[in-house]
Design a protein around this ligand. Structure first.
Ligand code: TXA
Ligand code: MG
Length: 339
């Protein structure tokens, strides 16, 4: 396993009634080295037994992920995370107390039991305690740490629904737990606590303001560090739809009209409050929520929809400059990079 060409076991899990029995087969598959896609509060993850290098190698193969990009290890509670670390700084404990279970990932010095395959040979490991009830139940049923990147082909848009996972990885996975759309919509915040002050490697659902409220100080890494900790700058375009994406300096209406006028099928991620008549003929419009939380929850699904609609270009209306929008601007700016 996995057997390419075979369809995965699909288990529909009702969020109001998550039972251990529903997750037993998936937990067994993980323990035997298989690949199980599962929902978290951010995006769907592609899970494998983190302490099993063969299972971890399958994750990299399934995603087409560069071996130098390390994985996040998911555990059910803070004590399990501490066992994966050789040092557990006070900053790690403070952030764990404040945000776990939840959409925050901590980079700490790794313990000897963590295989090089997970950390891309590095001395640190990224750990996270997800809060999603299905992720929690799966981790408890498995009884082992689970490495899980987002369940998409490397470089593509992360999946926020089971359908997105199947569209890109159906023939690569052994099982899929389907509990509908993930609530957060973009990936966890990644913070390196091996240094002082702690350093933000990837903006996410937990904002810098929230982290500073706990730690006092936080430095913000240059963009490419989060994707290639040991070789910054090598991964540019990321989180990208198939269509070319650009961010407009304004509401995007003029740019959409210009692209439509030259015969392109164009998608428009527009702000709310723009009257329906502002959309030029032939443009596929998605009206995005006005608040950052709502926008994040909707963003990847909107990009998947526009790709499915076959647009050649996507224009996103400009976003507010404030920090609540940092992670969203980060994902859109990455998706817009041409390299
Ligand atoms: O929300 C999430 O974090 C989702 C769900 C499934 O938990 N997972 C996720 O994994 O987004 P992935 O592999 O798509 O992104 C992991 C990020 C990458 O930017 C990676 O470079 C960084 O975390 N990372 C992992 N281990 C690291 C380490 N030891 N040091 C620095 N960055 C690391
Ligand atoms: Mg990813």
């Amino acid at each position: 396993m996995p057997t390419p060409g075979r369809s995965p076991l699909i288990v529909r899990v009702d969020l109001r009634n998550v039972t251990a029995a529903q997750l037993e087969k998936s937990a067994n598959l993980l323990r035997r080295g298989g690949l199980v896609a599962f929902p978290t509060e951010t995006v769907y993850g592609l899970g494998a037994a983190a302490l099993n290098p063969d299972a971890v190698a399958r994750v990299f193969a399934a995603k087409g992920r560069p071996a130098r990009n390390p994985l996040i290890v998911h555990v059910a509670e803070t004590n399990d995370a501490r066992r994966l670390a050789s040092e557990w700084p006070a900053t790690a404990q403070a952030l764990a107390d404040a945000f776990w279970p939840g959409p925050l990932t901590l980079v700490v010095r790794k313990a000897a039991i963590v295989p090089d395959a997970v950390t891309a040979g590095g001395a640190t490991v990224a750990v996270r305690v997800p809060g999603h009830p299905v992720a929690q139940a799966l981790l408890r049923a498995t009884g082992q740490p689970v490495a899980a990147p987002s369940a998409n082909r490397s470089g593509a848009v992360s999946p926020t629904s089971a359908e997105h996972v199947l569209a890109s990885l159906a023939d690569q996975i052994d099982a899929l737990l389907d509990s509908g759309p993930t609530p957060g919509g973009i990936e966890s915040t990644v913070v390196d606590v091996t240094q002082t002050p702690a350093r933000l490697l990837r903006p996410g659902l937990v904002t810098p303001r929230q982290i500073r409220a706990v730690l006092g100080e936080l430095t913000i890494a240059a963009r490419d560090d989060s994707d290639a900790p040991r070789s910054p700058g090598q991964i540019g375009r990321h989180y990208a739809p198939a269509a070319r994406l650009e961010i407009a300096p304004d509401d995007g209406a003029a740019r959409v009209a210009a692209l439509a006028a030259v015969g392109l099928r164009v998608g428009w991620l527009r702000g709310s409050g723009i009257p329906e008549r502002a959309a030029p003929a032939g443009a596929v419009c998605v009206t995005m929520p006005a608040d950052a939380t709502g926008y994040a929850a909707r963003l990847y699904a909107a990009l998947h929809e526009l790709d499915a609609a076959g647009v050649a270009a996507i224009v996103a209306a400009g976003l507010p400059e404030d920090e609540n929008w940092l992670a969203i601007r980060d994902r859109l700016e990455r998706a817009a990079r041409a390299d």
